[in-house]
Design a binder for this molecule. Structure first.
Ligand SMILES: NC(=[NH2+])NCCC[C@H](N)C(=O)O
Ligand SMILES: [Mn+2]
Ligand SMILES: [Mn+2]
Length: 308
């Protein structure tokens, strides 16, 4: 297994929705032992601590979009952090709510463009997060990152997206809650969407492997964004937007194990963990275990042999 330099980036973003708590996420991952888990796999780990948003005007909360200015401050800060970290290793963003991915993905896209490689995004989530601030019913910006980094219009005052991720490079797995405006916009887009019914009928490995083949063929970089609510709430209760019927522990590990074996993942977000809603750290521990699977943990050190 090739060892990697993992850069843990604390992103205590809590501005993407009204319910507070994701700001405690980075420390919950640390408490759950994320650094030791990755080191035990032979990786080097550098924890750069928690970042803060760039200074921004105070939010007046217009009643439509919640904490827009703070989220703008985070977006530019995290885009720069992603670009810097990709110079020397594999950034792992410890969220923080999903609005952090406006920055982490935009930064990864800027880095990929400098390298002359396309960026691909794997979105593991119950939601598509494909709103713009104008289409959002809730006004919560954690529902908008995919809209932003694919270059949809309506993100006034946000940093310009210099390298929008082409829609055909985005693959979503785990979907089971899509708003009408998102559904209409997705119908006009070439984003690949795999809802839970598709997974129930066909399994989770097929769509993932097909996407990874596409990434490999294009010599692409791959950003993976893992939302806690991708998982079923019975195993991952610590998230404000639970939707029943999510991925099982085994399905989620399988995704992460396949990702590791592909050797394609170049950056990772762990988002939406709200430790205030957790049960004795079980969701934080599961997310750390999934991260470890994505970085090479397996049941056997060697491929298992079948009986002859
Ligand atoms: N990252 C998330 N948990 N997003 C949930 C978004 C829910 C809903 N679609 C909204 O825009 O408000
Ligand atoms: Mn999400
Ligand atoms: Mn979600």
């Amino acid at each position: 297994m090739t060892s990697q330099h993992c850069i843990l980036i604390g992103a205590p973003v809590d501005s993407g929705k009204r319910r507070a708590g994701c700001l405690m996420g980075p420390d919950a991952y640390r408490t759950a032992g994320i650094a030791a888990a990755l080191e035990s796999l032979g990786h080097t780990v550098e924890d750069i601590g928690n970042l803060a948003p760039e200074t921004h005007p105070a939010d007046t909360n217009d009643g439509l979009v919640y904490a827009r200015n703070e989220t703008i401050g985070w977006t530019s800060r995290l885009a720069q952090a992603a670009e810097d970290a990709l110079e020397c290793g594999l950034p792992v963003f410890l969220g923080g709510d999903h609005s952090l991915s406006l920055g982490s993905v935009a930064g990864a896209a800027n880095f990929a463009a400098k390298e002359g490689r396309p960026l691909f995004v794997l979105w593991l989530d119950a939601h598509t997060d494909f709103h713009t601030p104008e289409t959002s019913d809730s006004g919560n910006l954690h529902g908008t990152p995919v809209g932003y980094f694919t270059g949809r219009r309506g993100f006034e005052n946000f940093p310009e997206v210099l390298n929008p991720v082409p829609e055909e490079n985005v693959c979503m797995i785990g979907l089971r809650s899509v708003d009408t405006q998102e559904r209409l916009a997705l119908e006009d887009s070439s984003i690949r969407t795999h809802d839970m019914r598709h997974i129930d009928e066909n399994g989770i490995a097929g769509p993932l492997n097909r996407f990874l083949d596409q990434v490999a063929e294009a010599n692409g970089m791959l950003h993976v964004s893992l939302d806690v609510d991708f998982l079923d709430p019975s195993v991952a209760p610590a998230v404000g937007t639970t939707v029943p019927g999510g991925a099982t522990v085994r399905e989620a590990h399988l995704v992460c194990e396949i990702l590791h074996d592909s050797g394609l993942m170049t950056s990772l977000d762990l988002v939406e963990l709200n430790p205030f809603l957790d049960e004795r750290g079980r969701t934080a521990h599961l997310m750390v275990d999934l991260c470890a699977s994505a970085l090479g943990r397996r049941v056997f050190d060697r491929p298992t042999r079948s009986y002859q």
